[in-house]
Design a binder for this molecule. Structure first.
Ligand SMILES: NC(=O)c1ccc[n+]([C@@H]2O[C@H](COP(=O)([O-])OP(=O)(O)OC[C@H]3O[C@@H](n4cnc5c(N)ncnc54)[C@H](O)[C@@H]3O)[C@@H](O)[C@H]2O)c1
Length: 251
Protein backbone atom coordinates (compact mmCIF):
# COMPACT_ATOMS: atom_id res chain seq x y z
CA UNK A 1 0.00 0.00 0.00
CA UNK A 2 1.36 3.42 -0.93
CA UNK A 3 0.68 5.65 2.06
CA UNK A 4 1.92 8.97 0.68
CA UNK A 5 1.16 8.59 -3.01
CA UNK A 6 1.58 11.84 -5.00
CA UNK A 7 2.62 13.73 -1.87
CA UNK A 8 5.63 16.03 -1.76
CA UNK A 9 7.96 15.45 1.20
CA UNK A 10 11.04 17.33 2.37
CA UNK A 11 13.42 15.45 4.66
CA UNK A 12 16.33 17.20 6.33
CA UNK A 13 19.45 15.28 7.28
CA UNK A 14 18.64 12.87 4.47
CA UNK A 15 22.27 11.94 3.75
CA UNK A 16 22.62 9.58 6.67
CA UNK A 17 20.97 7.36 9.28
CA UNK A 18 17.28 7.82 10.04
CA UNK A 19 16.84 10.64 7.50
CA UNK A 20 18.24 8.56 4.66
CA UNK A 21 16.05 5.58 5.52
CA UNK A 22 12.99 7.81 5.90
CA UNK A 23 13.60 9.46 2.52
CA UNK A 24 13.74 6.03 0.85
CA UNK A 25 10.65 4.87 2.75
CA UNK A 26 8.60 7.90 1.68
CA UNK A 27 9.71 7.40 -1.93
CA UNK A 28 8.75 3.70 -1.73
CA UNK A 29 5.32 4.83 -0.58
CA UNK A 30 4.81 7.12 -3.57
CA UNK A 31 6.09 10.53 -2.44
CA UNK A 32 8.35 12.87 -4.37
CA UNK A 33 11.15 13.53 -1.91
CA UNK A 34 13.39 16.56 -1.51
CA UNK A 35 16.47 15.35 0.36
CA UNK A 36 18.15 18.22 2.22
CA UNK A 37 21.47 17.94 3.99
CA UNK A 38 24.57 20.00 4.73
CA UNK A 39 26.54 17.00 3.46
CA UNK A 40 26.53 16.52 -0.31
CA UNK A 41 26.25 12.76 0.29
CA UNK A 42 22.53 13.53 0.27
CA UNK A 43 22.82 13.14 -3.50
CA UNK A 44 23.64 9.43 -2.92
CA UNK A 45 20.25 9.02 -1.23
CA UNK A 46 18.63 10.70 -4.25
CA UNK A 47 20.54 8.41 -6.63
CA UNK A 48 19.34 5.34 -4.74
CA UNK A 49 15.74 6.54 -4.83
CA UNK A 50 15.79 7.37 -8.54
CA UNK A 51 17.52 4.06 -9.40
CA UNK A 52 14.55 2.36 -7.75
CA UNK A 53 12.14 4.34 -9.94
CA UNK A 54 11.31 7.01 -7.34
CA UNK A 55 11.24 10.79 -7.66
CA UNK A 56 13.79 12.78 -5.66
CA UNK A 57 15.92 15.94 -5.64
CA UNK A 58 18.87 16.92 -3.48
CA UNK A 59 19.28 20.42 -2.11
CA UNK A 60 22.36 21.21 -0.08
CA UNK A 61 21.03 22.91 3.04
CA UNK A 62 22.38 24.12 6.34
CA UNK A 63 19.23 24.02 8.47
CA UNK A 64 20.64 26.62 10.85
CA UNK A 65 20.64 29.16 8.00
CA UNK A 66 17.13 30.57 7.44
CA UNK A 67 17.88 31.47 3.80
CA UNK A 68 18.92 27.89 3.10
CA UNK A 69 15.77 26.54 4.73
CA UNK A 70 13.58 28.90 2.73
CA UNK A 71 15.38 27.79 -0.44
CA UNK A 72 14.82 24.14 0.55
CA UNK A 73 11.06 24.67 0.84
CA UNK A 74 11.00 26.67 -2.41
CA UNK A 75 12.73 23.77 -4.16
CA UNK A 76 9.83 21.48 -3.21
CA UNK A 77 7.28 23.99 -4.44
CA UNK A 78 9.13 24.74 -7.69
CA UNK A 79 10.09 21.12 -8.53
CA UNK A 80 6.95 19.33 -7.40
CA UNK A 81 4.23 21.98 -7.12
CA UNK A 82 3.79 22.22 -3.36
CA UNK A 83 4.66 20.81 0.03
CA UNK A 84 2.68 18.17 1.93
CA UNK A 85 5.15 16.74 4.44
CA UNK A 86 8.26 18.05 6.18
CA UNK A 87 10.43 15.89 8.40
CA UNK A 88 12.80 18.07 10.44
CA UNK A 89 15.33 15.34 11.11
CA UNK A 90 18.77 16.97 10.82
CA UNK A 91 20.64 17.30 14.11
CA UNK A 92 24.04 17.01 15.69
CA UNK A 93 24.79 15.12 18.90
CA UNK A 94 27.13 17.70 20.45
CA UNK A 95 29.56 16.73 23.17
CA UNK A 96 29.02 14.01 25.74
CA UNK A 97 29.82 16.06 28.81
CA UNK A 98 28.78 17.02 32.32
CA UNK A 99 26.87 20.31 32.22
CA UNK A 100 29.52 22.43 33.99
CA UNK A 101 32.17 21.25 31.52
CA UNK A 102 29.95 21.53 28.41
CA UNK A 103 31.69 23.82 25.96
CA UNK A 104 29.73 27.06 25.33
CA UNK A 105 30.37 27.13 21.57
CA UNK A 106 29.19 23.54 21.28
CA UNK A 107 26.02 24.43 23.18
CA UNK A 108 25.33 27.23 20.70
CA UNK A 109 25.97 24.92 17.74
CA UNK A 110 23.60 22.31 19.15
CA UNK A 111 20.86 24.94 19.61
CA UNK A 112 21.53 26.40 16.14
CA UNK A 113 21.05 23.08 14.35
CA UNK A 114 18.73 21.09 16.63
CA UNK A 115 16.36 23.85 17.72
CA UNK A 116 16.68 26.87 15.42
CA UNK A 117 16.92 24.55 12.41
CA UNK A 118 13.61 22.95 13.36
CA UNK A 119 12.01 26.33 14.05
CA UNK A 120 12.99 27.63 10.59
CA UNK A 121 11.74 24.42 9.01
CA UNK A 122 8.36 24.63 10.73
CA UNK A 123 8.03 28.34 9.95
CA UNK A 124 8.73 28.14 6.21
CA UNK A 125 6.85 24.86 5.78
CA UNK A 126 3.74 26.46 7.29
CA UNK A 127 4.03 29.31 4.78
CA UNK A 128 4.02 26.82 1.91
CA UNK A 129 1.31 24.63 3.45
CA UNK A 130 -1.00 27.59 4.08
CA UNK A 131 -0.72 28.44 0.40
CA UNK A 132 -1.67 24.86 -0.45
CA UNK A 133 -3.94 22.31 1.22
CA UNK A 134 -2.34 21.99 4.64
CA UNK A 135 0.13 19.24 5.45
CA UNK A 136 2.00 17.29 8.09
CA UNK A 137 5.16 18.42 9.88
CA UNK A 138 7.20 15.93 11.87
CA UNK A 139 10.27 16.86 13.91
CA UNK A 140 12.94 14.71 15.52
CA UNK A 141 12.96 14.84 19.28
CA UNK A 142 14.57 12.16 21.46
CA UNK A 143 14.17 10.33 24.76
CA UNK A 144 16.68 12.97 25.96
CA UNK A 145 13.99 15.60 25.36
CA UNK A 146 11.48 13.72 27.52
CA UNK A 147 13.66 12.80 30.48
CA UNK A 148 17.19 13.80 31.49
CA UNK A 149 19.85 11.51 30.02
CA UNK A 150 23.19 12.11 31.80
CA UNK A 151 25.83 14.09 29.86
CA UNK A 152 23.43 15.24 27.12
CA UNK A 153 22.17 18.53 28.63
CA UNK A 154 22.53 20.71 25.51
CA UNK A 155 21.11 18.10 23.16
CA UNK A 156 18.30 17.21 25.58
CA UNK A 157 17.32 20.84 26.16
CA UNK A 158 17.08 21.42 22.40
CA UNK A 159 15.01 18.25 21.94
CA UNK A 160 12.62 19.20 24.77
CA UNK A 161 12.13 22.55 23.04
CA UNK A 162 11.41 20.76 19.75
CA UNK A 163 8.59 18.80 21.40
CA UNK A 164 7.16 21.96 22.94
CA UNK A 165 7.46 23.95 19.71
CA UNK A 166 5.57 21.12 18.02
CA UNK A 167 2.60 21.78 20.32
CA UNK A 168 2.55 25.46 19.33
CA UNK A 169 2.58 24.63 15.63
CA UNK A 170 -0.17 22.05 16.21
CA UNK A 171 -2.61 24.34 17.98
CA UNK A 172 -1.97 27.48 15.95
CA UNK A 173 -2.67 25.73 12.63
CA UNK A 174 -5.11 22.95 13.61
CA UNK A 175 -7.94 24.68 11.76
CA UNK A 176 -5.79 25.21 8.65
CA UNK A 177 -5.29 21.50 7.96
CA UNK A 178 -1.70 21.50 9.20
CA UNK A 179 -0.68 18.83 11.73
CA UNK A 180 2.58 18.94 13.69
CA UNK A 181 4.05 16.03 15.62
CA UNK A 182 7.42 14.80 16.79
CA UNK A 183 9.08 11.42 17.20
CA UNK A 184 11.27 10.54 20.18
CA UNK A 185 13.63 7.69 19.30
CA UNK A 186 15.69 5.90 21.93
CA UNK A 187 18.99 4.46 20.69
CA UNK A 188 19.11 3.84 16.96
CA UNK A 189 21.99 2.21 15.11
CA UNK A 190 23.12 5.09 12.88
CA UNK A 191 26.30 6.99 12.11
CA UNK A 192 25.49 9.32 15.04
CA UNK A 193 25.58 6.48 17.56
CA UNK A 194 28.58 4.88 15.86
CA UNK A 195 30.52 8.15 16.23
CA UNK A 196 29.69 8.28 19.94
CA UNK A 197 30.74 4.65 20.46
CA UNK A 198 33.99 5.34 18.62
CA UNK A 199 34.80 8.26 20.96
CA UNK A 200 33.42 6.62 24.11
CA UNK A 201 33.72 2.83 23.66
CA UNK A 202 32.50 2.30 27.23
CA UNK A 203 29.06 3.57 26.15
CA UNK A 204 28.34 0.71 23.76
CA UNK A 205 27.26 -1.68 26.50
CA UNK A 206 25.17 1.07 28.11
CA UNK A 207 23.44 1.76 24.77
CA UNK A 208 22.71 -1.94 24.30
CA UNK A 209 20.94 -2.01 27.64
CA UNK A 210 19.12 1.34 27.50
CA UNK A 211 15.81 0.15 26.08
CA UNK A 212 13.75 -2.59 27.75
CA UNK A 213 13.42 -4.21 24.30
CA UNK A 214 16.74 -5.87 23.46
CA UNK A 215 19.48 -4.16 21.45
CA UNK A 216 19.33 -0.97 19.40
CA UNK A 217 16.54 0.19 17.11
CA UNK A 218 16.89 -0.08 13.36
CA UNK A 219 16.48 3.25 11.47
CA UNK A 220 13.57 1.66 9.60
CA UNK A 221 11.60 1.40 12.85
CA UNK A 222 11.79 5.19 13.24
CA UNK A 223 11.07 5.79 9.54
CA UNK A 224 7.88 3.72 9.89
CA UNK A 225 6.66 5.96 12.72
CA UNK A 226 7.46 9.08 10.67
CA UNK A 227 5.55 7.56 7.73
CA UNK A 228 2.54 7.02 10.00
CA UNK A 229 2.68 10.65 11.19
CA UNK A 230 3.21 11.95 7.65
CA UNK A 231 0.34 10.00 6.15
CA UNK A 232 -3.43 10.17 6.56
CA UNK A 233 -3.27 7.13 8.84
CA UNK A 234 -2.65 9.70 11.59
CA UNK A 235 -5.24 12.22 10.34
CA UNK A 236 -6.50 13.03 13.86
CA UNK A 237 -3.09 13.08 15.56
CA UNK A 238 -1.48 16.45 16.21
CA UNK A 239 0.70 18.02 18.91
CA UNK A 240 2.15 14.75 20.17
CA UNK A 241 5.65 13.40 20.56
CA UNK A 242 5.53 9.72 19.66
CA UNK A 243 8.10 7.66 21.57
CA UNK A 244 9.82 4.97 19.48
CA UNK A 245 12.13 3.64 22.14
CA UNK A 246 11.40 0.03 23.00
CA UNK A 247 9.58 0.96 26.21
CA UNK A 248 12.28 3.20 27.73
CA UNK A 249 9.88 5.94 28.84
CA UNK A 250 7.41 3.46 30.34
CA UNK A 251 9.83 2.68 33.17
N1 LIG B 1 20.51 7.70 16.47
C1 LIG B 1 19.88 7.80 17.60
O1 LIG B 1 20.05 6.98 18.51
C2 LIG B 1 18.88 8.91 17.84
C3 LIG B 1 18.14 8.88 19.03
C4 LIG B 1 17.21 9.89 19.28
C5 LIG B 1 17.02 10.90 18.34
N2 LIG B 1 17.76 10.90 17.20
C6 LIG B 1 17.52 12.00 16.27
O2 LIG B 1 17.21 11.49 15.00
C7 LIG B 1 17.68 12.40 13.99
C8 LIG B 1 18.58 11.66 13.00
O3 LIG B 1 19.68 11.13 13.71
P1 LIG B 1 20.69 10.06 13.07
O4 LIG B 1 21.06 9.15 14.17
O5 LIG B 1 20.15 9.55 11.80
O6 LIG B 1 21.95 11.03 12.82
P2 LIG B 1 23.07 11.03 11.66
O7 LIG B 1 24.22 11.75 12.26
O8 LIG B 1 23.27 9.65 11.14
O9 LIG B 1 22.40 11.91 10.53
C9 LIG B 1 22.15 13.28 10.72
C10 LIG B 1 22.18 13.99 9.38
O10 LIG B 1 21.95 15.38 9.61
C11 LIG B 1 22.84 16.12 8.80
N3 LIG B 1 23.08 17.44 9.38
C12 LIG B 1 23.81 17.76 10.47
N4 LIG B 1 23.85 19.08 10.65
C13 LIG B 1 23.12 19.63 9.64
C14 LIG B 1 22.79 20.96 9.27
N5 LIG B 1 23.24 22.01 9.96
N6 LIG B 1 22.01 21.14 8.19
C15 LIG B 1 21.57 20.09 7.45
N7 LIG B 1 21.88 18.81 7.74
C16 LIG B 1 22.64 18.58 8.83
C17 LIG B 1 24.12 15.28 8.77
O11 LIG B 1 24.94 15.64 7.67
C18 LIG B 1 23.54 13.87 8.66
O12 LIG B 1 23.35 13.49 7.32
C19 LIG B 1 18.39 13.51 14.75
O13 LIG B 1 17.50 14.57 14.98
C20 LIG B 1 18.75 12.86 16.05
O14 LIG B 1 18.93 13.79 17.09
C21 LIG B 1 18.68 9.93 16.92
Amino acid sequence: MELVDNQVAVITGGASGIGRTTAKTFADHGASVVVADIDEDGSDTVAEITENGGESTFVQTNVSDPDDVQQMIETAVEEYGGLDILYNNAAIEGPVSQLHEYDNNSFEQVLDVNLKGVWYGIKYAIDAMLADNGGSIISASSIGGEVAVPQYSGYGAAKAAVSHLTKYAAIEYADEGIRANAVAPGIVRTEMIERTIEEHPEMEEQFQETEPMPGLADPQEIANAVLFLGSDLSSRVTGVTLPVEGGYLAQ
